[in-house]
Design a protein around this ligand. Sequence first.
Ligand SMILES: C[S@@+](CC[C@H](N)C(=O)[O-])C[C@H]1O[C@@H](n2cnc3c(N)ncnc32)[C@H](O)[C@@H]1O
Length: 376
Amino acid sequence: MKTVKLIATAAMGLESLVAKEVRQLGYDDVTVENGKVIFNADHHAIARCNLWLRTADRIKLIVGEFEATTYDELFEGTKALDWEQYIPENGKFPVVGKSHKSKLFSVPDCQSIVKKAIVEKLKQRHGIANWLEETGAEYKVEVALLKDKVTLTLDTSGAGLHKRGYRIGQGDAPLKETLAAALVQLTNWRVDEPFHDLFCGSGTIPIEAALIGQNIAPGFNRSFAAEEWEFISSSVWDKALEEAEDLANYDQPLAIYGTDLDPKVIEIAKDNAIEAGLADLVSWKQMQATDFHSQEEGGYIVSNPPYGERLGDKKQVEAVYQKLGKVLKNYPTWSIYILTANENFESLFGQKASKKRKLFNAFIKTDYYQYFGKKQ
Ligand SMILES: C[S@@+](CC[C@H](N)C(=O)[O-])C[C@H]1O[C@@H](n2cnc3c(N)ncnc32)[C@H](O)[C@@H]1O
């Protein structure tokens, strides 16, 4: 099978996690750059990466790369690529673009040049004299310029990979599923240990933990743009789905809890968990975070509490952080992981973190404060 060059795009700060996941799928030839992980693989990787990558945003296929500083070079470079290998006669191919530190900085112009070049090439190779109908499957093209280097890709994912298909409702400030999965993967949690989100909102962190706990492929319940593509045999997708079914461990018992002060979001979390096929696997309860108690040892708390960014909320939120610090001191064997934008978190919580990691939640700069529990 022909080798393809793929890009798994990643949110800022998550590149190394995405690379680790790509390697775990068996693709070793990996290069990590800002916002992306690049690797060579066969067609099976398109299906497997879309299905399995928990922390990547989308999977793009590189059609070609070249230098261009003039529109002529962009046109000729684009036209020289083998578009007909990918896009059939009736394929729909909208072109999106971005340009950074490049001579060709007008994105709309770059998009229309690329579109024209692909149209010409396809008409020539498919032997069509007239208009291309574009009534078939979608092959979204991206022209990305960085320091005059052009990268032309096809988006294999369609909707972003954070759209797992289970979030039918959401609370006020839901976490992206890809970031929630990253928060879980950045802990040392093992599936037989207790796991608690004290500010669960619509349940994203506990749901992602349960999917990880039972080794369920996060993309199992959705579709991808490339499923419709002719040059990828449907057996590639069948095989990947079969593999995901074989590897899922639906009998794995879990001790995952999601609690929140707001009873409405608990109902939303329950519905989302049912949609994810996890019905009774997560225990949901309305609870004040500072009322946490547990008889168990060595558990994990992974939470994304409110940051208190809205006027008037800050004092209230900081009081919760302070009280939480006092309550959780009674659980020295528990590991605690808190994502917040509040820069005074450690002093409010009353303890210096064992480790901190900078992460972006949407466009908010946050820190992931990690407190490692004492070994029992
Ligand atoms: C940023 S949201 C969490 C979003 C969640 N990760 C999701 O993906 O939907 C913060 C949550 O903390 C809850 N909350 C605020 N104060 C609380 C408290 N004192 N105890 C428990 N939950 C609280 C809010 O109801 C809200 O759902």
